[in-house]
Ligand binder design. Sequence first.
Ligand code: Z5A
Length: 206
Amino acid sequence: MSTGKFVCIEGLEGVGKSTNLAFITDWLFRNNIAHVVTREPGGTPIAEEVRGLLLSKRPEPVDAMCELLLVFAARAQHLNTKIRPSLEDGLWVVTDRFTDSTFAYQGAGRGMPLEQIAQLEALVQQGLKPDLTILLDAPAEVGLQRATARGELDRFESERLSFFTRARDVYLDRAAASPDRYLVIDATQSLEAVQREIAAGLERLT
Ligand code: Z5A
Protein backbone atom coordinates (compact mmCIF):
# COMPACT_ATOMS: atom_id res chain seq x y z
CA MET A 1 0.00 0.00 0.00
CA SER A 2 1.32 3.45 -0.84
CA THR A 3 2.06 5.82 1.99
CA GLY A 4 0.78 9.38 2.12
CA LYS A 5 2.86 12.48 1.56
CA PHE A 6 4.43 14.43 4.39
CA VAL A 7 4.24 18.20 3.93
CA CYS A 8 5.58 20.79 6.29
CA ILE A 9 5.08 24.56 6.36
CA GLU A 10 7.90 26.56 7.91
CA GLY A 11 9.09 30.08 8.51
CA LEU A 12 9.48 32.79 11.11
CA GLU A 13 6.53 34.04 13.17
CA GLY A 14 3.94 36.02 11.29
CA VAL A 15 5.05 34.96 7.80
CA GLY A 16 1.65 33.40 7.14
CA LYS A 17 1.95 29.73 8.14
CA SER A 18 -1.51 29.49 9.75
CA THR A 19 -3.15 31.48 6.97
CA ASN A 20 -1.64 29.27 4.29
CA LEU A 21 -2.26 26.06 6.22
CA ALA A 22 -5.95 26.84 5.83
CA PHE A 23 -5.37 27.27 2.08
CA ILE A 24 -3.53 23.91 1.90
CA THR A 25 -6.33 22.17 3.81
CA ASP A 26 -8.85 23.60 1.38
CA TRP A 27 -6.69 22.52 -1.58
CA LEU A 28 -6.55 18.95 -0.21
CA PHE A 29 -10.33 18.84 0.22
CA ARG A 30 -10.85 20.14 -3.30
CA ASN A 31 -8.52 17.45 -4.64
CA ASN A 32 -10.17 14.67 -2.60
CA ILE A 33 -6.93 13.86 -0.78
CA ALA A 34 -7.45 12.30 2.65
CA HIS A 35 -5.27 14.14 5.11
CA VAL A 36 -4.40 15.09 8.66
CA VAL A 37 -3.42 18.62 9.65
CA THR A 38 -1.23 19.01 12.69
CA ARG A 39 1.39 21.23 14.31
CA GLU A 40 4.62 21.31 16.28
CA PRO A 41 5.36 21.51 19.05
CA GLY A 42 2.15 19.60 19.72
CA GLY A 43 -0.21 17.51 17.67
CA THR A 44 -1.13 14.99 20.41
CA PRO A 45 -2.37 15.59 23.96
CA ILE A 46 1.03 14.86 25.53
CA ALA A 47 2.94 16.86 22.94
CA GLU A 48 0.49 19.76 23.40
CA GLU A 49 1.32 19.72 27.13
CA VAL A 50 5.00 20.01 26.22
CA ARG A 51 4.10 22.89 23.89
CA GLY A 52 2.56 24.68 26.87
CA LEU A 53 5.84 24.25 28.79
CA LEU A 54 7.88 25.53 25.85
CA LEU A 55 5.83 28.61 25.00
CA SER A 56 4.79 29.94 28.40
CA LYS A 57 6.82 32.64 30.06
CA ARG A 58 8.02 31.66 33.54
CA PRO A 59 10.37 33.04 36.19
CA GLU A 60 12.83 30.10 35.97
CA PRO A 61 15.18 30.51 32.98
CA VAL A 62 14.85 27.61 30.52
CA ASP A 63 18.14 25.82 29.86
CA ALA A 64 18.82 25.57 26.11
CA MET A 65 19.52 21.81 26.25
CA CYS A 66 16.33 21.28 28.25
CA GLU A 67 14.41 23.21 25.59
CA LEU A 68 15.98 21.18 22.79
CA LEU A 69 15.19 17.85 24.45
CA LEU A 70 11.61 18.93 25.19
CA VAL A 71 11.15 19.79 21.51
CA PHE A 72 12.38 16.33 20.49
CA ALA A 73 10.42 14.57 23.25
CA ALA A 74 7.23 16.13 21.91
CA ARG A 75 8.31 15.24 18.35
CA ALA A 76 8.87 11.56 19.24
CA GLN A 77 5.34 11.32 20.63
CA HIS A 78 3.85 13.19 17.66
CA LEU A 79 5.80 11.21 15.09
CA ASN A 80 5.23 7.75 16.49
CA THR A 81 1.59 8.07 17.55
CA LYS A 82 0.21 10.34 14.84
CA ILE A 83 2.44 11.19 11.87
CA ARG A 84 3.83 7.74 11.02
CA PRO A 85 0.54 5.84 11.51
CA SER A 86 -1.30 8.42 9.35
CA LEU A 87 1.27 8.19 6.55
CA GLU A 88 1.13 4.39 6.73
CA ASP A 89 -2.66 4.61 6.35
CA GLY A 90 -2.11 6.51 3.10
CA LEU A 91 -3.09 9.95 4.46
CA TRP A 92 -1.20 13.10 3.65
CA VAL A 93 0.13 14.76 6.78
CA VAL A 94 0.51 18.53 6.79
CA THR A 95 2.30 20.01 9.76
CA ASP A 96 2.69 23.61 10.86
CA ARG A 97 6.44 23.49 11.69
CA PHE A 98 8.76 20.48 12.11
CA THR A 99 12.49 19.90 12.57
CA ASP A 100 13.62 22.85 10.45
CA SER A 101 12.19 25.00 13.25
CA THR A 102 14.54 23.24 15.67
CA PHE A 103 17.60 23.96 13.52
CA ALA A 104 16.41 27.57 13.18
CA TYR A 105 15.31 28.34 16.76
CA GLN A 106 17.30 26.04 19.06
CA GLY A 107 20.26 25.92 16.66
CA ALA A 108 20.72 29.38 15.14
CA GLY A 109 18.60 31.17 17.74
CA ARG A 110 19.80 29.62 20.99
CA GLY A 111 23.21 28.54 19.72
CA MET A 112 22.85 24.79 20.22
CA PRO A 113 25.31 22.97 17.91
CA LEU A 114 23.66 21.98 14.63
CA GLU A 115 25.50 18.61 14.70
CA GLN A 116 23.83 17.75 18.03
CA ILE A 117 20.44 18.63 16.56
CA ALA A 118 21.21 16.41 13.56
CA GLN A 119 22.06 13.54 15.94
CA LEU A 120 18.74 13.93 17.76
CA GLU A 121 16.95 14.16 14.43
CA ALA A 122 18.49 10.85 13.34
CA LEU A 123 17.65 9.20 16.68
CA VAL A 124 14.03 10.36 16.83
CA GLN A 125 13.07 10.36 13.16
CA GLN A 126 14.91 7.23 12.00
CA GLY A 127 15.27 8.71 8.50
CA LEU A 128 11.74 10.13 8.17
CA LYS A 129 11.77 13.60 6.61
CA PRO A 130 9.07 15.69 4.91
CA ASP A 131 8.52 15.04 1.19
CA LEU A 132 8.03 18.78 0.82
CA THR A 133 8.87 21.68 3.11
CA ILE A 134 7.23 24.96 2.13
CA LEU A 135 9.43 27.72 3.53
CA LEU A 136 7.65 31.07 3.74
CA ASP A 137 10.54 33.48 3.70
CA ALA A 138 10.50 37.11 4.79
CA PRO A 139 12.86 39.45 6.62
CA ALA A 140 12.47 38.98 10.38
CA GLU A 141 11.07 42.51 10.73
CA VAL A 142 8.07 41.70 8.55
CA GLY A 143 6.91 38.70 10.59
CA LEU A 144 7.60 40.36 13.93
CA GLN A 145 5.51 43.37 12.92
CA ARG A 146 2.64 41.07 11.94
CA ALA A 147 2.99 39.04 15.19
CA THR A 148 3.23 42.16 17.38
CA ALA A 149 0.12 43.65 15.77
CA ARG A 150 -1.75 40.55 17.00
CA GLY A 151 -1.21 41.16 20.72
CA GLU A 152 0.69 39.52 23.61
CA LEU A 153 3.97 37.82 22.66
CA ASP A 154 4.96 34.30 23.79
CA ARG A 155 8.40 33.23 25.05
CA PHE A 156 9.86 32.92 21.53
CA GLU A 157 8.18 35.97 20.05
CA SER A 158 9.78 38.04 22.83
CA GLU A 159 13.30 37.31 21.49
CA ARG A 160 15.41 40.03 19.84
CA LEU A 161 15.45 40.70 16.12
CA SER A 162 18.96 39.18 15.79
CA PHE A 163 17.60 35.81 17.05
CA PHE A 164 15.14 35.72 14.14
CA THR A 165 17.66 36.99 11.60
CA ARG A 166 19.97 34.08 12.50
CA ALA A 167 17.02 31.67 12.36
CA ARG A 168 16.07 32.91 8.88
CA ASP A 169 19.63 32.35 7.64
CA VAL A 170 19.61 28.74 8.81
CA TYR A 171 16.24 28.10 7.16
CA LEU A 172 17.61 29.45 3.88
CA ASP A 173 20.86 27.48 4.19
CA ARG A 174 18.97 24.24 4.75
CA ALA A 175 16.66 24.91 1.81
CA ALA A 176 19.63 25.68 -0.45
CA ALA A 177 21.31 22.41 0.59
CA SER A 178 18.29 20.25 -0.43
CA PRO A 179 16.47 22.17 -3.17
CA ASP A 180 14.48 19.08 -4.25
CA ARG A 181 12.72 18.90 -0.85
CA TYR A 182 12.11 22.63 -0.25
CA LEU A 183 9.87 25.20 -1.86
CA VAL A 184 11.02 28.66 -0.82
CA ILE A 185 8.35 31.32 -1.29
CA ASP A 186 8.76 35.07 -0.87
CA ALA A 187 6.19 35.71 1.87
CA THR A 188 6.25 39.48 1.32
CA GLN A 189 4.24 38.97 -1.88
CA SER A 190 0.46 39.21 -1.91
CA LEU A 191 -1.36 36.26 -0.36
CA GLU A 192 -2.72 35.34 -3.80
CA ALA A 193 0.80 35.13 -5.27
CA VAL A 194 2.01 33.04 -2.29
CA GLN A 195 -0.92 30.67 -2.68
CA ARG A 196 -0.39 30.24 -6.41
CA GLU A 197 3.15 29.01 -5.66
CA ILE A 198 1.93 26.73 -2.88
CA ALA A 199 -0.69 25.16 -5.15
CA ALA A 200 1.94 24.55 -7.86
CA GLY A 201 4.21 22.86 -5.29
CA LEU A 202 1.41 20.61 -4.04
CA GLU A 203 0.44 19.75 -7.61
CA ARG A 204 3.98 18.53 -8.29
CA LEU A 205 3.74 16.21 -5.31
CA THR A 206 0.62 14.39 -6.55
N1 Z5A B 1 9.52 26.14 18.02
C1 Z5A B 1 10.83 25.89 18.31
O1 Z5A B 1 11.48 26.73 18.97
N2 Z5A B 1 11.41 24.75 17.90
C2 Z5A B 1 10.74 23.80 17.19
O2 Z5A B 1 11.32 22.77 16.84
C3 Z5A B 1 9.37 24.07 16.89
C4 Z5A B 1 8.80 25.25 17.30
C5 Z5A B 1 8.59 23.05 16.12
C6 Z5A B 1 5.48 27.87 17.96
O3 Z5A B 1 4.84 28.93 17.46
C7 Z5A B 1 6.79 28.32 18.54
O4 Z5A B 1 7.55 27.17 18.82
C8 Z5A B 1 7.58 29.11 17.54
C9 Z5A B 1 8.92 28.43 17.44
C10 Z5A B 1 8.89 27.39 18.47
N3 Z5A B 1 7.89 30.39 17.97
N4 Z5A B 1 7.18 31.30 18.15
N5 Z5A B 1 6.64 32.18 18.45
P1 Z5A B 1 3.75 28.81 16.35
O5 Z5A B 1 4.25 28.13 15.13
O6 Z5A B 1 2.52 28.30 16.93
O7 Z5A B 1 3.56 30.35 16.14
P2 Z5A B 1 4.19 31.32 15.15
O8 Z5A B 1 5.26 30.90 14.26
O9 Z5A B 1 4.52 32.43 16.04
O10 Z5A B 1 3.01 31.47 14.18
P3 Z5A B 1 2.16 32.72 13.97
O11 Z5A B 1 2.64 33.89 14.74
O12 Z5A B 1 0.75 32.30 14.17
O13 Z5A B 1 2.51 33.12 12.53
P4 Z5A B 1 2.07 32.51 11.16
O14 Z5A B 1 1.14 31.38 11.36
O15 Z5A B 1 3.28 32.29 10.35
O16 Z5A B 1 1.31 33.74 10.52
P5 Z5A B 1 -0.28 33.99 10.30
O17 Z5A B 1 -0.97 33.98 11.63
O18 Z5A B 1 -0.78 33.13 9.22
O19 Z5A B 1 -0.20 35.46 9.70
C11 Z5A B 1 0.13 36.56 10.52
C12 Z5A B 1 -0.62 37.80 9.98
O20 Z5A B 1 -0.07 38.16 8.70
C13 Z5A B 1 -2.11 37.59 9.75
O21 Z5A B 1 -2.76 38.76 10.11
C14 Z5A B 1 -2.21 37.34 8.26
O22 Z5A B 1 -3.45 37.73 7.74
C15 Z5A B 1 -1.10 38.21 7.71
N6 Z5A B 1 -0.51 37.71 6.46
C16 Z5A B 1 -0.15 36.43 6.16
N7 Z5A B 1 0.36 36.34 4.92
C17 Z5A B 1 0.34 37.60 4.42
C18 Z5A B 1 0.74 38.17 3.17
N8 Z5A B 1 1.28 37.43 2.19
N9 Z5A B 1 0.59 39.49 3.03
C19 Z5A B 1 0.07 40.25 3.99
N10 Z5A B 1 -0.34 39.78 5.19
C20 Z5A B 1 -0.21 38.47 5.39
